[in-house]
Design a protein. Structure first.
Length: 388
């Protein structure tokens, strides 16, 4: 049997029969309707309301951080987190090339330049050793911090991404970043519900970011959040994402040029109800991943991507890795033709027109993996038929 057919057979054995199985679909089986209806019934649908406050409290509790600031989407969360970490126009920010476009775009919104570093196959995230080796080669210390000696630009921050919810090696990355005086901003937009040694992902960096887009593990329709343990940064995050308006009963006085990045109460209500379901979503997604792992084990030429020991991923999107990149497109065609929505890894950022000229390290692991990885259906409900 051909590899694409063997993989198709494996999906058929694991997943419930259906004419079409999306890659990831949201599920609303909790208090979603009650909370959204409550917003409409009370008129509190827009820029302020009790659900925004509650969502922020519940998110901070879920992520083990002192503070969470809800914003309009994950990209806005990254943009403001980068600003708060001190990223300025003309700086460079180290990040992976294997990520959703939002990571690189948020860096660009600051007028800064993404500087791409390689990932490791074990976590799909930034490789601490590769980062360190690269910085040793290109970084030089100056009076006002570290610079890229090749471009003369200041190195301002590091943004690791927990790809598909698989936690990066944060402790090692933090140690390397600290050696070069770089703040770490975690792109945790895919990792809500993942833990390392029982501790939730997202609160280790100076700032962390979440997304509640429709395809993420929980959704508020659209939404995001900034996580931090620093009360001053949390206060600044709230101020800068709510037009920097000084509190007053009737006056409109704004004390800086800031953003309208608020999360509407209507979206926060949906988010509150979804967050109540997070543990259930994570548990069912892990059940599904376990079934996939077992089912793919006997196959040669492909392996199901499993979490790194010591980490507990949310398996936001399940992934298989093919030995042979030549097989990727035939596998994608076979699975999609059969109604199992599947997709490749993002095109690496350094291969996109607007980021082609950006500084970069050796990216051989990123390039190799982008040719070999395929995401397969991952909705929590797919576990329900599987559980028995
Ligand atoms: C989803 C996502 C974002 C951005 O989230 P939006 O809410 O869609 O703006 C950023 N980074 C990564 C890695 C993501 O997957």
């Amino acid at each position: 049997m051909s590899l694409p057919d063997a993989i198709l057979g494996t999906l058929r054995a694991v997943l419930p029969a259906a004419p079409f199985t999306p890659l990831h679909e949201p599920e609303f089986r909790g208090h979603e309707w009650d909370y959204v209806k409550d917003c409409i019934d009370t008129g509190w649908v827009s820029s302020v309301g009790a659900y925004v406050d509650r969502f922020e409290r519940d998110l901070a509790a879920a992520c083990g951080t002192a503070h969470a600031v809800a914003v309009v989407n994950g990209t806005a969360a990254l943009h403001v987190a980068l600003e708060l970490a001190g990223v300025e126009a003309g700086d460079e920010v180290l990040c992976p090339s294997i990520t959703f476009i939002a990571t690189a775009n948020a860096i660009s919104y600051c007028g800064a330049v993404p500087h791409f570093v390689d990932i490791e196959e074990a976590s799909l995230g930034l490789d601490p050793q590769a980062l360190e080796r690269h910085l040793e080669q290109i970084a030089e210390q100056t009076a006002d911090g570290w610079r890229n000696r090749l471009t003369g630009r200041r190195l301002a921050a590091v943004v690791p991404v927990h790809v598909f919810g698989h936690p990066v090696r944060m402790a090692e990355l933090q140690a390397v970043a600290a050696r070069f005086g770089l703040p770490v901003i975690e792109d945790s937009t895919e990792a809500l519900g993942s833990t390392v040694n029982g501790k939730p992902v997202g609160g280790d960096g100076l700032l962390g970011t979440l997304s509640f887009n429709g395809n993420k593990i929980i959704t508020s329709g659209g939404g995001g959040a900034i996580l931090t343990n620093d009360p001053d940064l949390a206060r600044r995050a709230k101020h800068r994402t709510t037009t920097a308006k000084k509190p007053h009963r009737w006056d409109f006085v704004h004390d800086e040029t800031a953003y309208n990045y608020r999360l509407p109460n209507l979206n926060a209500a949906l988010g509150c109800a979804q967050l109540e379901r997070l543990d259930d979503f994570t548990a069912r997604k892990r059940t599904l991943a376990g079934r996939y792992a077992d089912a793919f084990r006997p196959l040669s030429g492909v392996r199901f991507f499993e979490e790194r020991p010591g980490t507990t991923g949310n398996y936001w999107l399940n992934a298989i890795l093919l030995d042979d990149a030549e097989q990727r497109d035939p596998v994608l065609a076979t699975l999609n033709d059969a109604g199992f929505q599947s997709r490749p890894l993002w095109t690496p950022m350094h291969q996109l027109d607007m980021y082609r000229a950006c500084p970069r390290a050796d990216l051989s692991v990123s390039e190799a993996l982008s040719g070999r990885l395929v995401n397969i259906p991952s909705s929590p409900k797919l576990a329900d038929a599987v559980a028995s």
